[in-house]
Design a protein around this ligand. Structure first.
Ligand code: TXA
Ligand code: MG
Length: 312
């Protein structure tokens, strides 16, 4: 199949309505979308990404009214999160309605929904006229794509269309919150941070790996965000014997000389550039990427989560 790269919202939405797959930009990372209610189209996402069938998808909506078809009930926790953070880099998990196909939820009784704030994503979702189920638009196990070129690198010949937009502003995937219980649980840290959320929901807590992973967040079992190169986490003062000719990304300038180095302005810049830097290192045949650790506060928690997973 030929993968068409377009900037036409109309052309991309036509592909969705026709049962095809479209990669599109959001403020977090590029997503790979299909019509949520077209089970056959959704199943093509799993083939294109080589994604395990037990890892559910996030449904992307344009309007809050679409929720009524997707979830059983919008409880008070969900309602207040929606008011505060939709549209934005936040995903909420609620009990799924019977209308949502099983392959979207991977057979779970819950469903993840988000309303992206990126203007291109919003125009696209509006034009599609249906909720769009979409995981990140990378091959399973690779870093999420933050540019349309990275999508093409993984998906050329595997999907119908790429809606071409700018590099994503945030660069790490959305914050995921389970709203099904009495206390909201943070399943995946993101740009809307736990510290920020706790101002409004003091009881909110992060999901512990010792809890029942299968039912809470299937994606957490799968390896994620990994470049081919080995990722090593280092502090600000890099000491010891570094292998020469390798790569570094961080905020502080290291004393050592690296073949590839990326110095970021701050934690937000580091998060924005991380996944693309991983891909750049893979293209250059780098074997080890040294990544500076950051304090686990605010956005730093999301960044450290991704760094740790990549280093596993
Ligand atoms: O920022 C994002 O969220 C991007 C853009 C494209 O929206 N999407 C994204 O999708 O990162 P994906 O599939 O790569 O990650 C979705 C995560 C997975 O960890 C998955 O297991 C979890 O959300 N998830 C989906 N449905 C769930 C559910 N019903 N319960 C718990 N976790 C769920
Ligand atoms: Mg993903």
């Amino acid at each position: 199949m030929e993968t068409k790269v377009t900037t036409s919202i109309k052309e991309a939405a036509d592909v969705i309505r026709g049962g095809g797959l479209v990669a599109f930009p959001t403020e977090t990372v590029y997503g790979l979308g299909a019509n949520t209610f077209d089970e056959a189209a959704v199943s093509k996402i799993f083939v294109a990404k080589m994604r395990p069938a037990d890892n559910p998808l996030i449904i992307h909506i344009f309007d809050v009214a679409e929720l009524s078809e997707l979830v059983k009930e919008v409880n008070s926790t969900a309602r207040s999160l929606i008011e505060k953070y939709f549209p934005g880099p936040l995903t909420i998990v609620l009990e799924a309605s019977d209308k949502v196909p099983d392959n979207v939820t991977a057979g779970l009784r819950t469903v993840a929904v988000r309303m992206p704030g990126n203007p291109v994503a919003r125009d696209f979702l509006k034009e599609c006229g249906v909720p769009v189920a979409a995981p990140s638009a990378n091959l399973s196990g690779r870093p999420s794509p933050t540019t349309w070129e990275a999508v093409l690198e993984d998906m050329n010949g595997r999907i119908e269309c790429i809606l071409r937009g700018d590099p994503t502003e945030i660069g790490l995937e959305s914050t995921v919150i389970d709203c099904t219980g009495e206390v909201p649980i943070l399943l995946r840290p993101g740009a809307i941070s736990l510290d920020q959320l706790r101002y409004t929901y003091p009881a909110m807590r992060a999901f512990e790996l010792s809890e029942n992973i299968t039912s809470r967040s299937p994606g957490m079992r799968h390896t994620h965000y990994s470049p081919r190169a080995k990722v090593m986490l280092v502090g600000s003062d890099i000491t010891g014997d570094l292998v020469p000719g390798q790569a570094y990304i961080g905020i502080d300038i290291p004393e050592q000389v690296f073949r590839l180095a990326r110095i970021c302005n701050d934690v937000a810049g580091y998060g924005r550039e991380l996944f693309e830097f991983f891909r750049e290192c893979d293209r250059a045949g780098i074997e080890i990427i040294y990544c500076q650790t950051v304090p686990e506060e605010g956005f730093g928690r999301a960044l450290m989560d991704r760094l740790r997973r990549a280093a596993e």
